[in-house]
Design a protein around this ligand. Structure first.
Ligand SMILES: [Zn+2]
Length: 350
């Protein structure tokens, strides 16, 4: 008996050693803006569509978790519920309060709202009021920072010291307003439009912020904590058929900290189209390597592998001005779902 136990414990220790990459410990985060049938479709879904998303999560064994708890667990290496999903909203629209909150309360789902504070301070009628935000916080909501004025943070002529100071002041102002009006507030920023550059990312890291983009994917221990992905789930992404695949996906285990500058300026002609060079966290089987695909500007691109761990991909033509994404997937060995990876680029024309 003792021998059997010993053999079993060796076996378990081996299994743990053989799994250095904990991609299975992850949370997929959904990103919504408007929940209304009367707002711009690109960032909206109807209350009925939102209800169908929540019902799908409930009926298919997803655990909607508190984002803060999930992040703490991932950072501490603690167990997360399987099929963990977190719900987030950007912009503090009033329709989140009137249309989404009652649906989430039916399921007792926690959620996070990233608030740009000026519309609240200006009593904008399509934004929530501070009373509504305080009420949301009482009812399962976490509030976080989406800047003061929702400006484009990195569409600036130069990234000098003044730019950085002004940008950080904008973020600090929103943080202060949230704390004054609603109490203690996590240092979490959602970048407006998901746009950031490496300098801003680094400055936020030094100041203890976590920051969220709008590139798709899940969060795991190997994520870049100042460029956390979320799956946009409204407008063209509200279709449940495609959302199902994303919900079932796992973050691709790669070194996200080595990702390149996401802003390409037009004076850097050589930089467009940008090359995304990927370092996987382990060597991949040929069967997996052969099936990595990237979806770029409506085309499917096949990456070039340097060895069993490193690959590169770029668009076949220059990216247009504005935002574009490289979305890459690969099968997970022995499973029916996919690894997911995304990088958003901003081609900036002054
Ligand atoms: Zn926003």
């Amino acid at each position: 008996m003792t021998q059997l136990m010993q053999a079993l414990s060796y076996c378990m220790a081996f299994m743990l050693l053989a799994q250095p990459v904990q991609a299975d410990q992850h949370v997929n985060v959904l990103l919504y803006h408007h929940v209304s049938a009367n707002t711009p479709r690109s960032t909206s879904l109807s209350p009925q569509e939102f209800a169908s998303h929540m019902a799908y999560l409930h009926d298919h064994g997803y655990q909607v978790v508190d984002l803060g708890q999930a992040i703490s667990s991932i950072q501490a290496g603690d167990e997360l519920p399987t099929k963990s999903v977190a719900i987030t909203f950007d912009d503090a629209w009033r329709n989140i309060y009137t249309n989404a909150l009652p649906i989430m309360e039916q399921y007792d789902y926690p959620f996070t709202v990233f608030v740009n504070t000026d519309p609240i301070d200006q009593n904008n009628r399509i934004a929530m009021t501070w009373d509504m935000l305080r009420d949301m916080k009482q009812r399962g909501g976490t509030l976080a920072n989406h800047t003061k004025d929702h400006d484009y943070l990195v569409r600036k002529p130069t990234y000098n010291q003044q730019w950085l100071q002004d940008t950080l002041a904008n973020i600090a102002f929103a943080q202060q307003r949230l704390e004054q009006e609603t109490g203690p507030t996590n240092k979490w920023l959602a970048y407006p439009y998901g746009e950031y550059n490496l300098a801003l990312k680094q400055a936020l890291k030094e100041r203890g912020y976590l920051a969220f983009g709008q590139q798709s994917g899940g969060i795991a221990a190997f994520s870049d904590w100042q460029a956390l992905p979320r799956f946009p789930a409204a407008g063209p992404y509200s279709n449940l058929k495609t959302l199902k695949l994303k919900l079932a996906s796992q973050p691709m285990p790669v070194d996200y900290h080595g990702f390149p500058e996401p802003v390409i300026r037009l004076d850097e002609a050589n930089a467009n189209p940008p090359t995304l060079s990927i370092s996987m966290l382990r060597q991949e089987r040929k069967g997996v390597r052969d099936q990595v695909r990237c979806f770029i500007l409506g085309a499917v691109e096949t990456p070039i592998w340097q060895d069993k761990q490193h690959w590169q991909v770029s668009a076949s033509a220059a990216l247009p001005a504005g935002r574009s994404r490289y979305n890459c997937t690969s099968p997970i060995w022995g499973q029916s779902n996919y690894y997911w990876l995304s990088q958003q680029w901003l081609v900036y024309q002054e």
